[in-house]
Design a protein around this ligand. Structure first.
Ligand SMILES: CCCCC/C=C\C/C=C\C/C=C\C/C=C\CCCC(=O)SCCNC(=O)CCNC(=O)[C@H](O)C(C)(C)COP(=O)(O)OP(=O)(O)OC[C@H]1O[C@@H](n2cnc3c(N)ncnc32)[C@H](O)[C@@H]1OP(=O)(O)O
Length: 238
């Protein structure tokens, strides 16, 4: 679904900018030299900054994932890759991301120091209509002293519910995000962000989301989100 929705968006972009996203590098005859496009880095894979709690929860979900090559539905969960730009989800997207607004980066992946900002991995469960994010909030996300900024927490929720909604209904945008902050999150701690589908109504997707401590013993945040399906025209103002 994600490949489909990003793919349909890219088809529109390519029409607008006169670039075909699936063109291989050696089939383009550019006026200028195009940057090379290496395999994009998947930021959802573990790195040395991940805490014991982060790794424990990652291993828990990863061990229940579909094995590559096995028939669909063989696992409960699917780990979602994560790139510094949404373009990089599709073949040829790495090249496009260097041509169109090449300085742009996904907000949650723009701090280069490992462990300094958002460290996270998302898993989706299609049969249960659930998406979970395991997040470790680094020191550069401070709000009150020693605690995570409320806007950073909102970003985590938007990331999990937005990705969940994209999987359900394709390209969409956050229309409403309602957040109740119940207890502060300490910097450096690992939290679970869990999104559940409540209802679909035409273009509207309603989701609930909870943020808890890594072991589920403490509730940090409860929220509701509304996403609206949009056309590629709406994204790029065509
Ligand atoms: C390369 C492309 C990538 C594409 C993405 C695809 C896949 C993603 C891949 C990977 C995921 C990676 C990262 C994901 C992480 C994070 C996700 C971040 C998402 C965001 O961070 S995104 C930014 C913040 N977001 C905005 O910047 C939206 C600004 N806004 C608008 O752009 C418009 O506002 C819009 C489009 C929302 C609606 O506009 P519109 O014209 O299409 O629709 P309209 O207004 O007609 O409303 C139709 C019906 O919805 C009801 N309705 C509307 N708004 C409502 C509200 N707030 N509350 C309650 N009901 C509402 C109306 O009442 C009516 O209801 P009814 O039909 O019953 O009368």
């Amino acid at each position: 679904m994600l490949r489909y929705c990003v793919g349909s968006v890219l088809a529109h972009i390519s029409k607008r900018f006169g670039i075909h996203p699936r063109l291989k590098k050696n089939t383009i005859r550019p006026m200028v030299t195009l940057p090379s496009c290496a395999q994009p880095r998947d930021h959802s894979l573990p790195n040395p900054s991940w805490s014991k709690e982060m790794m424990e929860n990652y291993d828990h979900f990863n061990s229940q994932c579909e094995v590559e090559g096995a028939k669909e539905g063989s696992g409960l969960w699917t780990r979602l890759p994560s790139y510094s730009r949404s373009f990089k989800f599709v073949p040829g997207g790495g090249l496009l991301s260097k041509i169109i607004q090449s300085e742009a980066r996904l907000f949650t992946r723009n701090i280069k120091d490992q462990g300094a900002g958002f460290e996270y991995v998302l898993f989706i469960n299609k049969t249960k209509d659930q998406c979970v994010g395991i997040f470790q909030a680094g020191p550069q996300l401070e709000g009150p002293p020693g605690k995570v900024h409320g806007g950073a927490t909102a970003t985590m929720i938007d990331t999990v519910t937005g990705t969940h909604s994209s999987y359900i209904c394709g390209p969409c945008m956050t229309a409403n995000l309602n957040i109740n902050y119940r207890s502060p999150i300490s910097l450096g701690s690992t939290v679970m962000v869990e999104s559940t589908l409540d209802q679909r109504e035409g273009r509207k997707t309603f989701l609930s989301c909870r943020v808890t401590s890594w072991d589920g013993s403490k509730i940090h945040v409860e929220s509701k989100a509304l996403f609206l399906s949009i056309s590629a025209r709406q994204i790029f103002g065509m």
